[in-house]
Design a protein around this ligand. Structure first.
Ligand SMILES: [Zn+2]
Length: 377
């Protein structure tokens, strides 16, 4: 078995699934990346940074609070390693001392805090997998599931900063987006080459990153905390649940491909078209709404569409990829009421749905569409 096949088998992926996931994130458009100010210094030391990461994890997974608190208190951490003999940041477990270890340099840069959140999540997963996974003595997650949990940790940090309206949210988001370029432009292209090359290539740990980051976002879009917590506790079972989850999500795009192809960008949809697209996204991805009875689903649609605009976002090949219901706030701004995006960046979506968007691939179905000439694009 060559390295590529061994890697796919370990992560319970196939070449086709992996290519489909890459197709959902590629081509990566780096032109919108916000300018990263590398001189920004965060106003707190390493201990505070550690606690911020721990708090963000507890806020997201109250069911794992005990485990997360154990990591917060007992993990051996070296946040100022000697750079001359340390390579990349890492999280590990010492079987001699029975302690988790984390090593990463914290120099108060926004990217350092993201890295710390990433490594903290690794430790939580290692700890929980030893404690809870179905095998005796625990088992370790395969690398894609492992990195997906670490990326969920980064998103927990961002989400908690956003929820508390922290002024640091924007700088952290800029650092996160800069990493997108690394994972989605560089690593994804390299993985694509490795999968399509007729000659087998040597395994590179970086193959895991673009798939894991894409899947972490898909998982987050579903907003199912117990599923996420199960990835942290699942050990070697996490790879299978993640791969199955991804397979279901990938069904979302294919039957929808031709629906909007012939439409001019920015054209208004009729309510029937919008309902069709929203329902297809819900059904194909088997999220919580897909299991509602048709009565409940219809009632929800009627209530929401009476008072909200329905926005449908399309991906680079014009497939409906996300939707949101949007209403006007009292002071004239816009509020995304409910949003759903199986593949993609929910921070970006939230922003583009809340601002009056200039995004040309956004379709609008307003409740008063007959009279309303509102048009995006
Ligand atoms: Zn990692």
């Amino acid at each position: 078995m060559n390295d590529r096949q061994a890697w796919l088998t370990l992560n319970e992926l196939t070449v086709q699934h992996t290519l489909d996931i890459l197709a959902a994130i590629l081509p990566f458009d780096g032109s919108e990346l916000p300018k990263l100010d590398r001189t920004t210094s965060l106003p707190f030391n390493a201990d505070t940074a550690w606690n911020i990461c721990a708090d963000a994890m507890v806020a997201r997974y109250p069911s794992l609070a005990e485990e997360i608190e154990a990591v917060r208190a007992h993990c051996v951490r070296d946040l100022d390693p000697d750079v001359s003999n340390t390579t990349a940041p890492f999280a590990d477990y010492c079987s001699l001392t029975g302690l988790d270890i984390v090593s990463c340099r914290y120099q108060q840069r926004p990217s350092d805090l993201l890295t710390l959140a990433h490594e903290f999540a690794h430790v939580v997963q290692n700890y929980c997998s030893r404690l809870h996974s179905s095998q005796d003595g625990g088992s370790l997650a395969a690398p894609v599931a492992r990195e997906a949990c670490a990326f969920l940790g980064e998103m927990n940090l961002l989400d908690s900063l956003r929820a508390t309206e922290s002024p640091l949210f924007d700088v952290l988001l800029a650092a996160y987006r800069a990493d997108d370029h690394l994972y989605f432009a560089l690593d994804a292209a390299d993985l694509m080459d490795s999968l399509t090359d007729t000659k087998s290539r040597a395994y590179d740990y970086r193959w895991n990153y673009p798939i894991a980051r894409a899947l972490a976002r898909v998982v987050r879009a579903d907003d199912n905390r117990s599923f996420e917590a199960a990835l942290f506790t699942g050990g070697s079972d996490a790879a299978g649940s993640l791969a199955q989850f991804a397979q279901r999500r990938l069904r979302a795009g294919s039957p929808l491909r031709s629906i909007v192809k012939s439409r001019a960008q920015g054209e208004l949809l009729t309510g029937y078209e919008a309902l069709g697209m929203v329902a297809m996204l819900d059904m194909a991805t088997a999220g919580e709404r897909a299991s509602q009875s048709i009565d409940e689903y219809f009632d929800r649609w009627c209530i929401l569409s009476r008072e909200h605009e329905v926005l449908i976002n399309c991906d680079s090949v014009n497939r409906p990829s996300a939707y949101a219901f949007r209403s006007r706030s009292v002071n004239g701004g816009a509020l995304a009421h409910e949003q759903y995006e199986p593949f993609g960046d929910h921070h970006k979506l939230q922003q583009s749905f809340c601002e009056m968007p200039a995004d040309v691939s956004l379709f609008v179905c307003s409740p008063s569409e007959a009279q309303d000439e509102q048009r995006i694009g």
